[in-house]
Design a protein around this ligand. Sequence first.
Ligand code: OOG
Ligand code: NI
Length: 268
Amino acid sequence: MHTTVSDLFAGLWQDYISITPSAHKIHALLAEKTATRNIVNDHIALRTFDIEKVNLHKLAAHFLALGYEQKGDYDFVAKKLTAVHLEHPDTTVPKVFISELRVSQLSEQAQSIIHRIVEQIKPSAVNADNFLYSGTHWQASSDEYKALLAESEYAAWMLAWGYRANHFTVSINHLSDIHELEDVNTMLKHAGFKLNASGGEIKGGADVCLAQSSTMADHAQVAFTDTTMTLPSCFYEFAQRYAMQSGELYQGFVAASADKIFESTNAS
Ligand code: OOG
Ligand code: NI
């Protein structure tokens, strides 16, 4: 486990940008158009399977050890996912959204592929400092990828990419010259970025105290045992938080919006 939050996030970020070239371009664009010197990230998201060895609690343990607390929980029936979010007492530190796929709800064939790849992870790797940005720990074929893709885009993404931040999220509340998500979206589209339009480009809004949008994932090469494929990797999200009745900014997530954000790694 890491000793500091900043070490952990530095590792997550370096790995993320290695397969997400858009991230640097987005930071440069925001620096140029909004005069923001330091981009504050609202949250990151991680994915896993609900198998004991690597379930969401195993991932969450890395953050709990650094002072994070588990807050909301979420259920995505159609996508067969369970999720939680964690917050750190230091509110300048990104929140973390962790989901897990309910493997037993997939076909026997998909279950056996997933169990086979998870068995290849060394038990000690799961507690290692770098586990959350260690990528894949297995050999798999392109046919196995396609078999999972037919049932669960999430399962296929996990097989291709493994353990790493699936996205970082710009906090719109911390930008200098632009304060509305819609204006950021317009700027991104002018610069040529493709936004996730599932459920509309803006998910949520002031009524649920959280408005979100995201790019469609970049693409990068994945080497399977038989061939190499160019597949959706990771994306960038944008979040604008609103004050609740109490006057405090809402810090949770919105399941109906999250359900659509997951689709940012779909093939476009
Ligand atoms: C997580 C999707 C949900 C949010 O902010 O609602 C999410 C994922 O794609 O793994 O990040
Ligand atoms: Ni997110």
